[in-house]
Ligand binder design. Sequence first.
Ligand code: FAD
Length: 391
Amino acid sequence: KDACEYTGIVEECCCDYESINDINGAVLHPLLQELVKTPFFRYFKVKLWCDCPFWPDDGMCRLRDCSVCECPEHEFPESFKKPSLHILPKDDPVCQEGKPEAAVDRTLDAKSFRGWVEIDNPWTHDDETDNGEMTYVNLQLNAERHTGYTGPSARRIWDSIYSENCPRYVYGETCPEKKVLYKLISGLHSSISSHIAADYLLDETTNKWGTNLELMHDRVLKHYDRVENLYFTFLFVLRAVTKAAAYLDQAEYDSGNNVEDLRAQFLIRQLVHDSKLQDACALPFDEAGLWQGLGGPILRQQIQNQFRNISALMDCVGCEKCRLWGKLQVLGLGTSLQILFLVDDLGNPDPQLQLQRNEVIALINLLNRLSESLIFVSKMRDNVAINPPAT
Ligand code: FAD
């Protein structure tokens, strides 16, 4: 049954880097930078202290900068503290007539937001309802950057992710769906490496931070596939955000600060409805057909299980700050998959989509991190072209 039975196509990419960079630089990046600073999007709920379920803790973190600064109780929004299960009455189904027939479905049902839910999420290892063990972190105070976390501990995690959970596909693999998880993780890995290179501790004695061009070249730029996977991951997450437009448009961004919350709502609307974004790279892949073929449901289940394992591996990351951003970004990827998977066998979106607040926070912050990586990659590419690193 290994012949390709799936009908969805995941093209490598349909548009050139330049068009993506243009749209990212002009529209997306400035919007996201503002959005992630709003109180709603800057506090992330996370379980930071947990045992690695696979091997004894071997974490080694050299720099003091590894540790995460937690929010004191009074700092994070009051509304985040209460369990939030206020289901709104079901609205009439919205008339779909008059919508242009599109090969690719990009919207979820309007009126789909019915309040934030707290449920155990099948895509992550952490139990989101387990409030006792969760803590709030102000992402703006805990930038993802070089921490000095390296060596066998870090290597073991990446090796386990790649070898056990998303094996590199065999050259010539014709079933594109099988490539998706590998490409997503590889793209995320490129993004993490880009952030390390962009904000690197160049001199410990003088505490001088700056760009490490050589690292960027060695880990990302000289590998064509890693750059390509970064762009793929960016487009994948962007597609998920655009597809959930109606849901995100109606969601409540309540942090208790009315002015800031209205601003978050306004920025989200701009983000999901910007026509330039909708038109950008209209068809990086056809998620309406993705995983819809005969073997689709099995592959879908397989991907979900692999994804849960990857999420569990984040508990083995031996550096707090890396674990925080690892968890957030893996949750963001899981949320994207969840949105893109929510298409029934006939290709219709599932009107029951209900996301958790933390998932949406992760989704938007992940998109912002990827968007920053794209900016950095294109800047560094120009730089490398002018000053090739010494070999
Ligand atoms: P690594 O980046 O560890 O790569 C290991 C191997 O994976 C490479 O040899 C290569 O074969 C393969 N590989 C590398 N990149 C790709 C790619 N894009 N696609 C496919 N294969 C690839 N360090 C920090 O300083 N700050 C952080 O915030 C941080 N966050 C992390 C989060 C997680 C979840 C993990 C697991 C590690 C994190 N680290 C962080 C550590 C960092 O990612 C590196 O592991 C570390 O800097 C050592 O780098 P390395 O040269 O051994 O290569």
